[in-house]
Unconditional design. Sequence first.
Length: 282
Amino acid sequence: MPHPLAIDFPQINAVALKLGPLQVKWYGLSYAAGLILGWLYIKRLLQQSRLWRNGLVPFRPELVDDLLLWVTLGVVLGGRLGYVLFYEPGTYLAHPLEALAIWHGGMSFHGALVGTALAILVFARRNAIAPFTLFDLTAAAVPIGLFFGRIANFINAELWGRPTSVAWGMVFPGAGPAVRHPSQLYEATCEGLILFLVLAWLTHSRLALQRPGMIAGTFLIGYGLARSFCELFRTPDYTHAFTVGVLTPGIVYSIPMVLLGAWVVRTARSRAVPAGGEAHEA
């Protein structure tokens, strides 16, 4: 029986703003907000000399402007290609040009992660910056984008949860009459808010940026665990080959993240801290 206090989904227009023929959707705004706020947060981290070994920041904050462009390309291209390869390969093999239609939706976080990592590696090489330093800074900011992205999923009434009888369950449009977990909000809380606070505690209280890889590794572990936990409440894609028993594609793709993150954290203490070169006092 549905809970008598089940909540009807609040009808929110997916279009946040109309400027003549131009429509700005909440999903696009969430990406913009995550990238811009993440950019500002990374700049802020580079302006606090106490967070860095011997008070020397690893590179000039102005370079973050260029980093934003590279990360944006990694997120968009990697996210789209990841969705095509990880979730709908058959569809896009039959209609390959649809893979370019980003405006139709369909982005994968795990694909965006790979795309961003590759973009950071290229950027680090071009600017003679230690890659793990860039990984740490980017990882510290990523939960901001995850939070806004999951809120946009909720507004769009997509990626809804499994049927439930909890008092805060919702009836989502397009999902039938069943009362469901608002799993998008669970993910916004776990992958976004909580993970951001954990990483901020590590950067500001434990000075983890002085051990290259510690923040990046913790992010990989934290996201993998948070995503796997939330997948237990999210309606899985029953047609996907990785949906077996309690496993879902989201859980399967997160397992390598946790293992890689554990290795990165384990080796962070022994990883040399770059000195000189691009380091600057702040």
